[in-house]
Ligand binder design. Structure first.
Ligand code: RIB
Length: 289
């Protein structure tokens, strides 16, 4: 089984469910509140491990607090091998609103994630593939990508959230996976194909855009593939993109077929949106049958 090293964020998610998002100056009532482990890095590592198609090692930074301990226990429970650094800052948090259509708005406080600056080179040397997002310092991501590249390791990148300077890392990686908003932020035209071409022109071998209930599209050296979304009644889309990223990569390493990996990733994320929470909403591989 191949090993993916995920270098990324761990957050405690404070999720409030409401009918609709409050407008500026408006106060509304939440229907329910849950507090659950999440963070894009942690979610993606959990998706890889839960798929049972690849082994996931996660490098991240947590605080010396209950949130950090719960994140560690949750990830171990999901099958992830943790390589966590203890920071003097508190564990990162995400304040999340979910409306009645399952859509979300997220506000991040990076906390300990901002302290991930030291990357043990041996972790990169020992893995088969490295996966990054943008919730740890971009300079850390860039340096670790450059080292991974020098060692010939395949690099997957989910440049989320879209941030200024992310293009420098898109130039280094092999495959980029973005949602529609991130694609538009990096591609700049708002036209899906033009923006995918713009990202490809920076150098990666492939780009995938996830489009929610409209499915996902791959463009790159393997061709152009469109994957339909599996029908699902969405109640919470938090972590659905992370489920897709983790499952896609694990499946690709396992079967070496982009369309097959997209199909498996779509199935997994369709299940994830029917459940509340992030890591716990991600299905195990046998649930896809
Ligand atoms: O992608 C979803 C994740 O984004 C949440 O779990 C939250 O922590 C934020 O990082």
């Amino acid at each position: 089984m191949k090993t993916v090293l995920v270098i990324g964020s761990l957050n405690m998610d404070y999720v409030l469910y409401c009918d609709s998002f409050p407008r500026p100056g408006e106060t509304i009532e939440a229907k329910e509140r849950i507090i659950r482990p999440g963070g894009k890095g942690a979610n993606q590592a959990a998706a890889i491990a839960k798929s049972k198609l690849a082994h996931a090692v996660m490098l991240g930074s947590i605080g010396n607090d209950n949130d950090g301990r719960l994140l560690r226990d949750t990830l171990i429970g999901a099958g992830v091998e943790p390589e966590f650094q203890l920071s003097g800052k508190p564990t990162g948090t995400a304040t999340i609103l979910v409306n009645k259509d399952g859509e979300n708005e997220i506000l991040i406080d990076h906390g300990a994630n901002a302290c991930l600056t030291e990357i043990p080179e041996s972790l990169i040397e020992q893995c088969d593939c490295v996966l990054f997002q943008n919730e740890v310092p971009l300079e850390t991501v860039r340096k670790a990508m450059e080292f991974a590249k020098s060692k010939g390791k395949p690099i997957a990148y989910n440049p989320a959230p879209a941030i200024k300077g992310g293009e420098a890392c898109i130039r280094i990686c092999d495959i980029v996976i973005v949602n529609e908003a991130e694609l538009a932020a990096y591609g700049k035209t708002g036209n899906i194909d033009c923006d995918m071409d713009a990202l490809l022109s920076l150098g990666p071998k492939g780009v995938i855009v996830t489009l929610g209930e409209k499915g996902s599209i791959y463009k790159g050296v393997s061709g152009r593939f469109v994957q339909k979304a599996y029908p699902a009644k969405a109640i919470d889309t938090v972590g659905a993109g992370d489920t897709y990223v983790g499952y896609f990569l694990a499946a690709l390493l396992n079967c070496n077929s982009v369309p097959k990996a997209m199909d498996i990733a779509s199935k997994a994320s369709a299940i994830a949106v029917t459940r509340k929470g992030s890591i716990e909403a991600i299905p195990f591989g046998d649930e896809l049958e």
